[in-house]
Design a protein around this ligand. Sequence first.
Ligand code: FAD
Length: 471
Amino acid sequence: MAFNRSIIWFRNNLRLQDNEALMEGVQKSRDYMLLYVFDERLWKETSIGMPSASQRKLNFLWQSVQKLKSNIEKRGGQMIIRKGDPAEIIKELVRHYNCDAVFAPKEVGVFEQNTDEIIEKLLSKKGIAFKQYAQSTLFHEDDIPWPIGKLPDIFTQFRKENEKQTQIRDLLPASEDLKMSIKFKERELSAEEIDINLMPTDQLVFEGGEEKAWERLNYYFWETDRLKTYKLTRNGMLGNDYSSRFSPWLALGCISAKSIFYEVKKYEKERIKNQSTYWLIFELMWRDYFHFVLKKYKQKLFQLNGIKEEKKDWSQDLHLFQKWAKGETGVAFIDANMRELNKTGFMSNRGRQIVASFLVHDLRLDWRMGAWYFEYALIDYDVANNWGNWAYIAGVGNDPRENRCFNILSQAKKYDPKGDFVRYWLPELENIEGFNIHRVSLLDQNEYQQMIKKTRADYFKPIVDLSKWEY
Ligand code: FAD
């Protein structure tokens, strides 16, 4: 054994399968402590005056951690849960339990990397090993054809070169035996002590944990064959199955991107290989790309002028921002998407692009206000995917292409022509028929009065003039 007693620290790798940090830690240590730290930063306010994580997001995280804990216990192990500053907690535990190594995944977030630097310094002074594993992406960072500093600024180049050259590493077996010779005397923390208000399960659309991730995959691939038509449906908005909805589990690492990749390959062999099966992998490559972009540009991605260092006029009008965030803009398509986000912690990819374009190009708000709000509300919040996509839409990302500015009514015509999506999320407008639901404020007075009489409530006056989108 290389080490006598280690800490195996879980972060966004809340799973037993295909988990290098866990596997290596178990194989190389005589004893080990399995640890999860609820980072106190999740409760800290960001610049929009909201915590970094909504209670809904914390519920999903709590469930995922609890499922992992119970899986560990089933295999004879013990998982310690703490809340606080991870560097401080690791420092205390290493000293208290006399550990000689810490195993952990590498994270892409800037805060997380700063934490790692602190831990590295702290441990190396004491001669304690800090073993880190890059395991969140499909392509391993050491296998891509460029050093991170030379990563191409165009996604297509990244994708094509990787498709040609980069082998995806094999899956790692699940760690099945987690028996330990010692029992750590650590008190169990309740959700309440961690500051998580557990919500009734019927209010939660997604359930956390490794099993639930695989249940979703089995459903989407094998039981319903939805994968076969993914490319045709992926821009949908209403219902649960237009896209894979793997993102919440991927964000916390309840399932690895590699596991999904190899399952697609199996599906292609056993069922069908077509554009849809390829496209799911294509989207996972976007995920990889944003992770590497964050590694390359670090702090720059979070700055107002972005990677491009492009100066634009941005407003920080809190009133407009609140209207957007609450889904009270009076633009039905925007409001329906934001209500979905607020009620479920999820929004379709199409919806995200539309509400982001509206915030950036129509309200001309500081794009980071939108990114911070998504950080708070999305249960699939992934620092690289979120900030990368926002910067891209705001036109300050690394991609040289022009800003993505949408005509909201054209988007509505294409993706919600009968208004069913809006009708579902804005029941106060349910009696307005067909596409008119998207253009309530443009109806002539007579028409409007008649329609509005039929609805349950008056709708908000739009904060922008919708007529600019009519053609
Ligand atoms: P699918 O269409 O089934 O795709 C499969 C997987 O591919 C996703 O789970 C995701 O991991 C990856 N993927 C798909 N589209 C993208 C994309 N555009 N960029 C990066 N990866 C992608 N995704 C997050 O996981 N976390 C975020 O915080 C996040 N914030 C976003 C913010 C904005 C403004 C926008 C426009 C997009 C954001 N996305 C984010 C990307 C994308 O919208 C979601 O990954 C996707 O909607 C999740 O649904 P799905 O799992 O059904 O996706």
